[in-house]
Design a protein around this ligand. Structure first.
Ligand code: SD4
Length: 329
């Protein structure tokens, strides 16, 4: 286990004291094994998923709502100043502007999303407002900002975080667009959860690809690409190069494969194979998927090694390394 992982496990042990019900969780080894039917269960991408899961779990205990839980969980990451791929502190686009994408969905087909939105600290909550307070699914750009103002969301000053500014200044020297794969703790958070009664919900939020073209939108706010949830079957979410995920409707594909009888693991592996078959230059593309079925079985798979995810159940909140199509050299 790396020093950093040890640290994360340790620091979460500390926070567990304040989270009754999750406390016992942190001593469980990260085997990835799980009893079938273990509910509730919350999965989220990357190691920032550990504190996000802890917040989601606390919210689930508090309100009993899996929708509240997946919103609260990723709000943790949206505020994490060390994360350069989620929230307003994330790396900006080519013009030096942070623009955010987010989506949220429940298993009855309700969903909302925002894309290319500026100055909003919690795009996931704005996505939820689109879902609950408009007849629409998706609102983007200036329209999303106007809707946010109307809903009473505060507008943040448009200023890069010190870390993002530093990185952007460095990038500007050559201004080369080159996606970098497999940098842990620097990626989108996608979270999917199943409550004890079999209700599912999911959320996904990101600042998107660093130094993207102004106006570029990734998979995260696209229902069916970055996130899909269906109470009759299960839920899936994605991380990685959005274009590669949109091309195969990744999350919807996984849910449909589960509907046809695949396990979550088989469905994630098939989606990765499909993604590889539909994208050129695959050596430069990382993408990872997470899935849960309504029985509480889980799956995870990525194109390249390096993807990991956090899994919270009554018996633990642990970080697990995902398998991948290409293996470590
Ligand atoms: C996107 N899927 O916008 C996101 C990128 C990601 O931080 O996962 N990165 O394509």
């Amino acid at each position: 286990m790396s020093q950093r992982r040890k640290f994360i496990k340790k620091s979460l042990l500390g926070s567990a004291v304040f989270l009754p019900g999750v406390a016992s969780a942190f001593n469980v080894p990260a085997t990835g094994k799980q009893a079938i039917g273990e509910k509730p269960i919350i999965l989220s991408t990357w190691n920032h998923g550990l504190p996000a899961n802890a917040d989601a779990w606390a919210k689930l205990e508090d309100t009993g709502s899996i929708l509240d839980a997946v919103e609260a969980g990723v709000k943790n990451t949206e505020l994490d100043l060390t994360n350069l791929s989620v929230g307003l502190q994330g790396l900006p686009d080519r013009e030096g502007i942070a623009t955010l994408d987010a989506s949220i969905m429940t298993g009855d087909g309700s969903c909302g999303s925002v894309a290319f939105v500026r100055q909003i600290k919690h795009p996931i909550s704005l996505a939820r407002a689109v879902m609950e307070k408009t007849p629409h699914v998706m609102i983007v750009g200036e329209g999303a900002r106007q809707f946010a103002i109307a809903q009473g969301f505060p507008l943040e000053e448009e200023k890069l975080s010190p870390n993002a500014q530093k990185a952007y200044d460095k990038w500007k020297v050559n201004s080369q667009y080159k996606p970098i794969i497999n940098i842990e703790n620097h990626d989108t958070i996608g979270m999917i959860g199943l409550d004890a009664n079999g209700k599912l919900a999911g959320s996904c939020t990101t600042s998107g690809l660093a130094y993207k073209m102004h106006g570029r939108v990734g998979d995260s706010p696209i229902i069916g690409a970055g996130l899909y949830v269906d109470d009759e079957v299960g839920a899936a979410t994605a991380t990685g190069l959005g274009e590669s995920i949109i091309r195969i409707c990744g999350s919807f594909l996984i849910v449909e494969l589960m509907r046809q009888g695949r396990t979550p693991q088989e469905a994630c592996e098939e989606a990765v194979r499909r993604l590889i078959s539909k994208n050129k230059d695959i050596k430069d593309i990382q993408a990872g998927f997470l899935a849960i079925n309504k029985e509480g079985e889980t799956g995870a798979y990525a194109v390249h090694p390096g993807f990991n995810f956090a899994k919270a159940t009554n018996s633990g909140n642990v970080l697990i390394d995902s398998g991948s199509h290409f293996k470590k050299q």
